[in-house]
Write a protein that binds this ligand. Structure first.
Ligand code: FES
Ligand code: FE2
Length: 353
């Protein structure tokens, strides 16, 4: 179940390299990314219109794609611009192309069949803050990754070595779930608790802290603003002051109904005299996310043994339940009207936390 009229992260900018073809399945559609003659990222259906060979098996020629079987050549719009040994190019000689926007180190792809009516989510922290990212492949659908990120009570059990801490701290956190127009935000506040290992190491805490997490979901993207401040100084509205703060970008792009691409980054404010902080935080985040991946892949493998089973919900699932509802509603709207307005996507995308 995919929302199609939506911006998804298709690739990191650094993955789309001049002169090379990048094959990636997105929403169960094979796509080939490349750079055109102006070095702008482009995306075509990865299937030649002649006899179906993946275009990603061909080659790039001056920003156009040459099929590796009989040599048909396509421009960035998907139009065939050359057929070896044939002067006439049939009108139907073309493949589908998708709109892309490249910003903040990300290549966003509009996966709908209509022209995009909104911009991709802005993410200024890829620029305003120091950051470093990565890409994971999951043997699990988007919903389970969304569940995981929208319910951070699992920190005390899954992430003991990094951002975890006492499980009771997480299970008893104050929680606020707010449904917006096509979005849901979950906020969690933990007061006067022991700082977790990562915060202690990077911020030198010696006393209890107040912790917060603000998690915002729209289809395809979860942003997390989290950290800790000295106990007694927590704010429950707006941004925090001081302490240890980080912003984690989590773009979940469905590959198939059963697998996902997970583009992520962690960003922090520049801290004087802290060389290596970005690398250190990045390394800790990899450790953390690997822990999640092991759990989620194992969870989905076991769930597939009983596909019709109904699972129980807990109080901690409030945000995840809303996220599933948002996806269901968007998919239902798209199926009811083949060319729905993307207005709700536009309003949901306008702001990130
Ligand atoms: S399969 Fe691509 S040109 Fe024939
Ligand atoms: Fe986790």
């Amino acid at each position: 179940m995919f929302v199609r009229n939506n911006w998804y992260v298709g690739a990191w900018s650094s993955e789309v390299v001049w002169g090379k073809l990048l094959a990636r399945r997105i929403l169960d559609t094979p796509i080939v990314f490349f750079r055109d003659q102006n070095n702008a990222a482009a995306a075509l259906h990865d299937q030649c219109c002649h006899r179906g060979l993946p275009l990603s098996m061909g080659r790039i020629e001056a920003g156009a794609v040459r099929c590796g079987y009989h040599g048909m050549k396509y421009d960035r719009s998907g139009l065939c611009i050359e057929i070896p040994g044939q002067a006439t190019i049939p009108k139907k000689a073309c493949v589908k192309s998708w709109p892309l926007v490249e910003q903040h180190g990300l290549v966003w792809i509009w996966c709908g069949d209509t022209a995009p009516e909104c911009s991709p989510p802005d993410y200024p922290w890829h620029g305003d803050w120091l950051w470093k990212g990565g890409l994971f492949h999951y043997e699990a659908p988007q919903e389970l990754i969304n569940d995981n990120l929208l319910d951070l009570s699992h920190l005390g059990y899954v992430h003991v070595q990094t951002i975890g801490g006492d499980p009771n701290t997480h299970m008893n956190a104050e929680m606020r779930t707010t449904r917006g127009d096509g979005s849901v935000t979950v906020e969690r506040f933990m007061r006067s608790v022991n700082p977790p290992p990562t915060h202690m190491r990077l911020n030198g805490y010696e006393n209890p802290v107040d912790r917060w997490q603000r998690i915002r979901f729209i289809p395809g993207l979860i942003t997390i603003y989290s950290g800790s401040v000295p106990a007694g100084t927590l704010r429950t509205e707006g941004n925090q002051a001081g302490g240890f703060q980080q912003r984690v970008f989590n773009a979940i792009t469905p590959e198939t109904a059963h697998t996902s691409h997970y583009f992520w980054s962690v960003a922090h404010e520049a801290v004087p005299n802290s060389p290596g902080m970005t690398d250190s935080l990045h390394a800790d985040t990899i450790t953390t996310f690997e822990e999640d991946r092991v759990v989620i892949n194992a969870q989905y493998k076991r769930m597939r043994e009983t596909p019709d089973k109904r699972w129980i919900d807990l109080g901690i699932d409030a945000g995840a339940i809303q996220a599933r509802r948002i996806i269901r509603e968007r998919v239902a709207a798209e199926q009811a009207a083949p060319m729905p307005s993307a207005a709700s996507a536009a309003s949901a995308s306008a702001e990130v936390s």
